[in-house]
Design a protein around this ligand. Structure first.
Ligand code: NAD
Length: 333
């Protein structure tokens, strides 16, 4: 079976890793990558596959309905995997408007266009709309418990509220129009090609350049970390095998306090560079906490494990080293 899959946001961190994964995994599909190339998008992220004959790049905004209509028509889009978003919580606190526009309006433009085209082609049941979302829609946990697919939505930042809204719109197109949707809510990703504004790249780059390493509050907030390649594998599974209308949580079963993660990175870089770790630890600088900072996120992955047989495979000690090596190479450029 050959599909014409529209991937949005494929010049960003997870989208570009996913396209690389998909093109290698299944060679029959055509991938059309639509990306606005905001500050977060970078065509360098696509060099590994940009010359693949099954790959096309389109520079466009997911909020541009005319462009989307033309694209669905000209490329006969059969499926969508929707990554494009404003993705950084801090930016959403400083300026929420772009998050409302891209994450909510943009998602609706895609849903509307997909519905229009696929109902015309009688492919509503077979064409898949996979929405990539976050575990942050569920809010914050205290020391115990995990988010399941049935947890109540309680988003706390403009970013998570905009993602929660987009999840609800996707759900509504399934319930009302029978669009063949799946939603995946994933925990924090790390790996190559992540924008330097995010925690792990920022810590690595600042250490490599001997700059202060800022940590919010006391560094005690807890996140679950998943290597991006594991996320790509999970997306591929859900895209191909997930049940229409269903939601799947994805996570690494791998919780770290922010400070412990930073100390791990210090240790790894010190070992790679044969430097005394205290030189890097002394760069750690505690800064005023993020407004409304969620204390802990952690997801229950029983559903995707038991129904689709997916489990995370990458162990953080090894994968964080790969990630550090990637940024060392970038830093030396
Ligand atoms: P990213 O910021 O690295 O990439 C986002 C991409 O979307 C960029 O290439 C950008 O140019 C593009 N984009 C932004 N606005 C656009 C628009 N209006 N039209 C077209 N393209 C646009 O983000 P990421 O970290 O790769 O995240 C991808 C998706 O995964 C997002 O939906 C995010 O909410 C979700 N997610 C991310 C994480 C994580 O840890 N990074 C975890 C769970 C879920």
């Amino acid at each position: 079976m050959s599909r014409n899959i529209l991937i949005t946001g494929g010049a960003g961190f997870i989208g570009s890793n996913y396209i690389n994964y998909h093109l290698k995994k299944y060679k029959e599909d055509k991938i059309i990558n639509l990306d606005l190339l905001t500050y977060a998008g970078n065509l360098d992220n696509t060099t590994e596959f940009s010359k693949n004959s099954n790959y096309t790049f389109i520079h466009a905004d997911i909020c541009d309905l005319n462009k989307l209509n033309d694209l669905f028509e000209s490329h006969q889009i059969t499926d969508v995997i929707h990554f494009a978003a404003e993705s950084h919580v801090d930016n959403s606190i400083n300026g929420p408007e772009a998050f409302i526009q891209t994450n909510i309006i943009g998602t609706h433009c895609l849903l509307q266009t997909a519905y229009r085209h696929w109902s015309k082609n009688n492919s509503i049941e077979t064409s898949r709309f996979h929405h990539i979302s976050t575990d942050e829609v569920y809010g914050s946990l205290d020391e115990t418990g995990l988010f399941t697919e049935k947890s109540q939505y309680s988003p706390n930042s403009p970013y998570s509220a905009s993602k929660a809204s987009s999840d609800m719109l996707v759900r509504s197109y399934n319930q009302t129009f029978k669009l063949n949707t799946v939603i995946t809510n994933c925990s924090n990703n790390y790996g190559p090609k992540q924008h330097k504004e995010k925690l792990i790249p920022k810590v690595i780059i600042n250490i490599l350049n001997k700059k202060p390493v800022p940590i919010y509050g006391k560094g005690t907030n807890i996140r679950d970390w998943l290597y991006v390649e594991d996320h790509c594998e999970a997306i591929y599974k859900v895209f191909n095998e997930g049940i229409p209308g269903e939601v799947y949580n994805i996570g690494g079963d791998n919780e770290y306090k922010n400070i412990d993660l930073v100390l791990l990175i210090c240790e790894k870089i010190a070992k790679l560079k044969n430097v005394d770790v205290n030189e890097y630890i002394s760069l750690i600088t505690y800064v005023e906490d993020r407004k409304g900072h969620d204390y802990r996120y952690a997801v229950d992955i029983t559903k995707i494990k038991s129904e689709l047989g997916w489990v995370p495979k990458h162990e953080i000690h090894k994968s964080i080293e790969n990630t550090i090596l990637y940024y060392m190479k970038q830093n030396d450029r």
